[in-house]
Write a protein that binds this ligand. Structure first.
Ligand SMILES: Nc1ncnc2c1ncn2[C@@H]1O[C@H](COP(=O)(O)OP(=O)(O)OP(=O)(O)O)[C@@H](O)[C@H]1O
Length: 243
């Protein structure tokens, strides 16, 4: 198969070496990633922290196969993502990655269940949409339209949609950025539940230092690099978090 690596570490979900990303806009170039090396173990709960513009979303988009590094190599398990063509990268993303963004991106004319079904209809081994909605605590809201749901409930539908295809990895970019503390905690609980029950590797970008305590590790970004790695021996449960 394309891009197999001989020195494979089977305990890792992602391994990146020397990842660089340069955005070129006309005359201006921005070095968003400046030589990032990383290893993300399977089943890890990882938080990316750092100031605005430090490269967190750029890295998340690259590990999720939405974008490519300018240079460097990136592996997901035994597959070298940086050796895949566009079709193969899309196939990887569809099969393995669930994305959750700050704004929920639900289709307003579809019910919660139908929003989830959009994904399960094209997945290989999906959950029933109602089971995914039950897992996020919305069994009684399946027939509601997004406008009939609160912001936190809409985000939980987005989590259900992301986990329903049983992805190996959940990538979350400011998943609680638009939510107040108690609503945000319920969303974090659904991420923790997917992590615990499905063994999903979870990567969360946040500006909120309060959230970082639920992670196994925290990567601190600065100027396109990982400035510091913090290991958390005792991750706390989301219900103990507030901000
Ligand atoms: N598509 C793009 N074209 C040009 N420059 C970009 C593009 N995307 C990001 N950048 C630049 O790359 C740098 C890193 O951006 P990135 O979005 O990865 O940072 P971030 O840490 O996620 O920031 P935030 O916390 O504000 O979302 C920034 O200087 C940004 O302006």
């Amino acid at each position: 198969m394309n891009g197999k690596d001989v020195a494979l570490d089977e305990s890792l979900a992602f391994r990146g070496e020397g990842l660089e990303k340069v955005y070129q806009t006309g005359e201006t170039s921005v070095r968003a990633l400046r030589g990032v090396d990383l290893a993300i173990p399977l089943g890890e709960m990882l938080v990316l922290l750092g100031p605005s513009g430090s490269g967190k979303s750029t890295l998340l988009n690259i590990i999720g196969g939405l974008d490519r590094p300018t240079s460097g190599r990136l592996f997901y398990r035994d597959t070298e993502l940086t050796a895949l063509d566009d079709r193969e990268l899309t196939r990887f993303r569809r099969a393995q990655i669930g994305f959750i963004f700050q704004f929920y991106n639900l289709i307003p004319s579809l019910t919660a269940e139908e929003n989830v079904r959009l994904v399960t209809d094209i997945a290989n081994n999906p959950m029933e949409p109602r089971d995914a909605l039950e897992l996020v605590g919305l069994a009684d809201r399946c027939d509601h339209y997004p406008a009939q749901l609160s912001g936190g409930e809409q985000q939980r539908v987005a989590v259900a949609r992301a986990i329903a295809k049983r992805p190996g990895v959940l990538l979350c970019d400011e998943p609680t950025g638009a939510l107040d503390s108690s609503t945000g905690v319920r969303v974090l609980e659904t991420l923790e539940r997917a992590h615990a029950e499905l063994g999903t590797t979870v990567v969360i970008i946040t500006h909120n230092v309060g959230i970082a305590v639920m992670a196994h590790r925290i990567l601190h970004f600065r100027d396109g690099q990982i400035a510091r790695v913090e290991t958390n021996e005792h991750p706390v449960e989301p219900r103990q978090i507030s901000w």
